[in-house]
Ligand binder design. Structure first.
Ligand SMILES: Cc1cc2nc3c(=O)[nH]c(=O)nc-3n(C[C@H](O)[C@H](O)[C@H](O)COP(=O)(O)OP(=O)(O)OC[C@H]3O[C@@H](n4cnc5c(N)ncnc54)[C@H](O)[C@@H]3O)c2cc1C
Ligand code: FES
Ligand code: FES
Length: 491
């Protein structure tokens, strides 16, 4: 197969054809240093502050979707066949006028030093197009990934509410230009391998999932790059080389989610945002938990497969997926094997994954009747924070007796891990507070948590035990609220 030696994309209104780029080149450097489009800012260079927010438009199943992402940790190679929209592209209906979102930020004093403002405007622009009349809770969710050190958030939230009154997304430039942009992106090509070389540096964008398997067999030590919300930081914070790199973020086949049966099948490349379709289809207990993962931009980029494959003991999705009985499919070349998710994690930094193998799919059984579920995240901040402890509970109760229990924790051991003794202490016992507390008391035998800057070992153990009590309260007296949700905060 002949590989295409350059990426093709649309930067605002400019079609771009670019070869000779390096795997670790970031989109932000290209925009700011290469193109001198300096409206997009660099704040943290690690996906936290949102100052670098741009929109990425991509064809999925022939339909053009835009989403806000962090350009600082997005690799340039990964924008092949995309429309990159920077703050410079925004325009009002009047020539030279401000866009309604920008005008609202002015009118409602949403900007002071202005450093964060382009990033806020881009996130609000994306929200305004998706949800023209958002609730306050929706605005807060959309702005989780944007930090402002001077203004305070209330004027920005008021600006977001006002944007709905001052403009109409249907007449917006990106909407009216959809057909033209769709045609341009489709014309750039698809379904072919891209190989970008600069000296010894190599970045591969496989043509499809079979080609991904082939590329990884050819370069078994290559860095796989999915959403780059981990790998991006290896580059921007640790200056680690990543070549040869194999990118997967463009592979729709690897993002496919099949909720048509039982079990549900989720492509490893599905982003956190894509996964919301699964939550809506029978896992409501994950909804609030999901909203606590990162911010909007990172949720659009980061993948569930990446969150599993990185083997982190504090990744949020493994404990809740383990509790639900998830399995994963690993593929090397044409060979596939399936294992229970908990068995993938061997030790700190060590997973059951051979060179040349990749996570292809997550298999999630639907929940059993009579089963009770919860997902908990304990962190210092509500938004944009990594868990000190996270947990997934899945307990089946039949006729007042606990007949099955799967409970897993993150942040309590070197890997995400099941609470084996607590599960045994629950099974066959009456569904009661006393049973839950007795099971909680066994946690110290299963886990010896660490003390680090996020939490002490004592805190971790205590909070994990308290989650058993919380689980009991939530399920035995569901009418009594025990959580302060974003919606509850806003009435
Ligand atoms: C600002 C910010 C906030 C964050 N907040 C949270 C949070 O609240 N909770 C949380 O859990 N995480 C959080 N993260 C971490 C990150 O979002 C996740 O770990 C993410 O899911 C990784 O997925 P990715 O697609 O971005 O992976 P990448 O960065 O592309 O890759 C991560 C690792 O997985 C490997 N990999 C990727 N896909 C595959 C595959 N299919 N098969 C085999 N290996 C693969 C890569 O080679 C690499 O080793 C945050 C990150 C940032 C930057
Ligand atoms: S510069 Fe802070 S998120 Fe990118
Ligand atoms: S206006 Fe200064 S950081 Fe937001």
């Amino acid at each position: 197969m002949t590989a295409r030696p350059e990426i093709r994309f649309l930067l605002n209104d400019e079609p771009v054809c670019l070869g000779g780029i390096r795997a670790a080149d970031t989109l932000l450097d290209y925009i700011r240093l290469g193109q001198r489009l300096t409206g997009t800012k660099e704040g943290c260079a690690e996906g936290d502050c949102g100052a670098c927010t741009v929109l990425i438009g991509r064809l999925r199943g022939g339909t053009l979707h835009y989403e806000p992402v962090n350009a600082c940790i997005r690799f340039l190679a990964s924008v092949d066949l995309c429309h990159v929209v920077t703050i410079e592209h925004l325009r009002g209906t009047e020539r030279g006028g401000l866009h309604p979102v920008q005008q609202a930020m002015v009118d409602f004093h949403g900007s002071q030093c202005g450093f964060c403002t382009p990033g806020f405007v881009m996130a609000l622009y994306a929200l305004w197009m998706q949800t023209p009349a958002p609730t306050e809770a929706q605005i807060e969710t959309a702005l989780q990934g944007n930090l402002c050190r001077c203004t305070g958030y209330a004027p920005i939230v008021r600006a977001a509410q006002a944007a709905a009154r001052t403009g109409n997304p249907a007449g917006d430039y990106l909407m009216t230009e959809r057909a033209r942009v769709t045609g341009l992106l489709a014309g750039f090509g698809a379904g072919e391998r891209v190989e970008l070389r600069d000296g010894d540096d190599l970045a591969i964008l496989p043509a499809d999932v079979d080609d991904l398997a082939a590329a990884l067999s050819e370069y078994p030590q290559a860095t796989l790059v999915a959403g780059a919300t981990d790998v991006g930081l290896w580059v921007t914070k640790f200056l680690r080389p990543i070549s040869p790199a194999i990118f997967t973020g463009h592979l729709d086949e690897l993002k496919a989610i099949d909720t048509g049966g039982d079990p549900i099948r989720i492509g490893a490349g599905a982003s956190y945002t894509d996964f919301e379709a699964v939550i809506a289809d029978g896992f409501p207990h994950l909804s609030e938990f999901w909203d606590r993962i990162a911010g909007w931009q990172v949720r659009n980029m980061g993948t569930v497969g990446g969150n599993i494959a990185n083997g982190s003991p504090i990744g949020d999705t493994p404990p809740v997926l383990i509790a639900l009985g998830a399995r994963i499919v690993l593929r090397r070349g044409g060979d596939r094997r399936t294992l229970m998710l908990e068995d993938f994690f061997i030790d700190y930094g060590k997973q059951d994954r051979a060179a040349g193998e990749f996570v292809e799919q997550i298999i999630l059984p639907r929940t059993a009747p009579n089963s009770l579920h919860a997902a908990y995240k304990i962190s210092k901040r509500r938004d944009e924070d990594i868990s000190s402890v996270s947990a997934g509970f899945n307990i089946t109760v039949e006729g007042g007796t606990i007949t099955g229990a799967r409970i897993a924790f993150g942040g309590m051991a070197a890997t995400p891990k099941r609470a084996a003794r607590a599960e045994a202490a629950l099974t066959g016992k009456p569904w009661s507070e006393a049973t839950m507390l007795a099971a909680a008391a066994t946690l110290g035998q299963d886990f010896t948590p660490l003390t680090d800057w996020r939490a002490s070992a004592e805190y971790r153990l205590l909070v994990a035990q308290n989650l058993f009590r919380r689980f009991w309260l939530e399920h035995s007296t569901p009418a009594v609220p025990v959580r302060l949700t974003r919606e509850a905060q806003h009435g």
